[in-house]
Design a protein around this ligand. Structure first.
Ligand SMILES: C[S@@+](CC[C@H](N)C(=O)[O-])C[C@H]1O[C@@H](n2cnc3c(N)ncnc32)[C@H](O)[C@@H]1O
Length: 218
């Protein structure tokens, strides 16, 4: 009995250590607020949201490259957006995120306020099929996580708006979902991009760095 109890305690300590390793170091009030919100809700994401480890991958990509103009396609209730907005709060940037479902969009907006990142997020309600091609300006980071069969079209629409050195990421690339294979086949052929698949992500995140503008030969 005593051994079982010790085993359970060790397991709990192990799980807590694993979880806390997923979160960045905190050093200001916003950090404490976001981290507390993410930790409190770590088991409450039920709307097709990314897992915590994938949030950390997006966070690190933004911080390491100093990205400031980010776009998310597919907000749901805001888990991935909170990770990206947290990173953007440090780089001096902002995130536009698009969601078609009003209920999830409202929940996401409430979550941004609770996490303290609302001033770093412009949450738009609408169909990304229309909103993405109509976006103005230049971006340096895109996270694509909406309707998979449209990923290729989102990529094509964003390519001219993505700065050289910028990065287009897509979720669920390790999964057999209609559209993913076609998307990867297309993006891997783009010689002005360098695409890798993140091996830490169980669901898969493709990371495509733009190395040059598209030439007529591509
Ligand atoms: C996998 S979930 C996104 C999860 C979110 N990135 C997160 O981790 O918290 C996909 C979301 O994309 C939205 N979506 C699907 N098609 C869309 C479209 N054409 N335009 C905008 N949003 C869309 C869905 O309503 C759904 O909420």
């Amino acid at each position: 009995m005593k051994e079982i109890k010790i085993g359970l305690i060790l397991m709990l300590v192990f799980c807590a250590t694993l979880l806390s390793a997923q979160f960045p170091e905190v050093d200001n009030n916003l950090d404490y607020k976001v981290k507390a919100f993410l930790e409190e809700n770590v088991h409450n994401w039920r709307d097709m949201n990314i897992p915590v480890g994938d949030g950390r991958i997006l966070y690190d990509l933004i911080i390491q490259n100093g990205y400031t103009n980010a776009l998310e396609i597919g907000t749901s209730t805001g888990h991935s957006a909170i990770w990206m907005a947290w990173a953007l709060s440090k780089t001096g940037g902002k995130l536009i995120t698009i969601e078609i479902n009003k209920e999830r969009w409202l929940k996401a907006k409430a979550n941004f306020r609770k996490a303290g990142v609302d001033k770093f997020v412009d949450a738009r309600l609408g169909d990304a099929h229309d909103l993405v091609p109509a976006l103005q300006g230049k971006y340096d980071f895109v996270f694509c996580d909406a309707d998979k069969y449209w990923f290729r079209n989102y990529f094509i629409a964003m390519d001219p708006k993505l700065k050289t050195g910028g990065c287009f990421t897509a979720h669920n690339t390790a999964m057999r979902i209609a559209g993913i294979h076609e998307y990867l086949e297309y993006v891997e052929k783009q010689s002005h991009y360098e695409t890798t698949l993140d091996e830490k992500s169980r669901m898969g995140i493709s990371i495509s760095y733009k190395r040059a503008e598209k030439s007529n030969k591509n």
